[in-house]
Ligand binder design. Structure first.
Ligand code: CP
Length: 313
């Protein structure tokens, strides 16, 4: 079988992204199917996760697959010195697909090069989180009715936040205007600003986060300051609470604004925002189930046509 990993959202064309969104919509209509009967999905989480792991495992279960894996590398033989190479080679012989989160940037690419089965990157260090991006795109499409010509405001830890890096690359197909709101220490890395410049994508940088700054947003993409990526915890303490969105800050925002957050949240969205109809982060997490069902099917070679024709619930 052709090996079809999902390592970086940059590996997908605009057409492929739209194709996967259409497949996700099919799964939202009917999540319980037998498309992955007799398949085994391995979830290898070398870093903590709630949503990504549980939604991938739910996606697999709802499609009839069985799931193996670990949630804590401390209970695996990596603590005895086993290499990632050996782990992937071995799990490749047990499972039909490997979903992996790893703390090293590039670990998923490496695994995809050596493994015998498709690898889905569930986050590699501060680099990429492509399955999150698919559910983010699905959420944006559902709430805005389009992905084209949107004003996307990214807020918080734009340096270490892998979700904003993946989202920026994916949105580049759809004529966005970006606003990057971050303290100096956590600004969007130069490589992503260069990426925008090379494609003629307008972006604006702000350090101020207030109701006037966000008044033009269609999507406000909040992020957590990624404590686990800091080498200097004093620096984390300085920046961790610099931007907190509260309900009063929404007073000038557009009617169609939706607030996204990959979650987990720490302090960056006050709980009073949850009751706003503009808060969409919990529905966004739910959309992860459908987006990940589409990803699992796609990497295993199941087509949109097959999903549409599937009546075997
Ligand atoms: N959004 C996300 O990756 O959440 P988890 O870390 O809980 O998987």
């Amino acid at each position: 079988m052709e090996k079809r990993s999902l390592v970086s959202i940059a590996d997908h064309s605009k057409e492929k992204i739209l194709y996967l969104l259409e497949m996700a919509a099919e799964f939202e209509k009917k999540p319980n199917r037998h498309l992955l009967d007799e398949k085994v999905v391995a979830t290898l989480f070398f870093e903590p996760s709630t949503r990504t792991r549980l939604s991938f495992e739910t996606a697999a279960n709802r499609l009839g697959a069985r799931v193996i894996g670990f949630t804590d590398p401390k209970v695996t033989s990596s603590t005895k010195g086993e290499s990632l190479y050996d782990t992937i080679m071995m799990v490749s012989s047990y499972a039909d697909i490997i979903v992996m989160r790893h703390f090293l940037e590039g670990a998923a690419r490496y695994a995809s090069e050596i493994g015998k089965v498709p690898i889905v990157n569930a986050g590699d260090g501060a680099n990429q989180h492509p399955s999150q991006t698919m559910l983010d795109l699905y959420s944006i499409y559902k709430t805005q009715g389009t992905l084209e010509n949107l004003h996307i405001y990214m807020v918080g830890d734009l340096k270490y936040g892998r979700t904003v890096h993946s989202l920026l690359i994916a949105m580049s197909h759809f004529h966005p205007t970006f606003h990057f709101i971050a303290p100096d220490e956590l600004k969007m890395p130069d490589e992503y600003k260069t990426f925008c410049k090379e494609r003629g994508i307008p972006y604006y940088e702000h350090s101020q986060f207030d109701k006037d700054t966000i008044a033009g947003a269609d999507i406000l993409y909040m992020t957590r300051v990624q404590k686990e990526r800091f080498t200097d915890l004093m620096e984390y303490e300085r920046v961790k609470d610099v931007y907190i969105l509260d309900k009063a800050m929404l007073s000038k925002t557009k009617e169609n604004l939706r607030i996204l957050h990959p979650l987990p949240r720490v302090n960056e969205i006050a709980y009073d925002v949850d009751s706003s109809e503009k808060a969409y982060y919990f529905q966004q997490a739910q959309n992860g189930l459908y987006a990940r069902q589409a990803i699992l099917c796609d990497v295993l070679g199941i087509t949109l046509d097959q999903v549409k024709k599937d009546t075997n619930a």
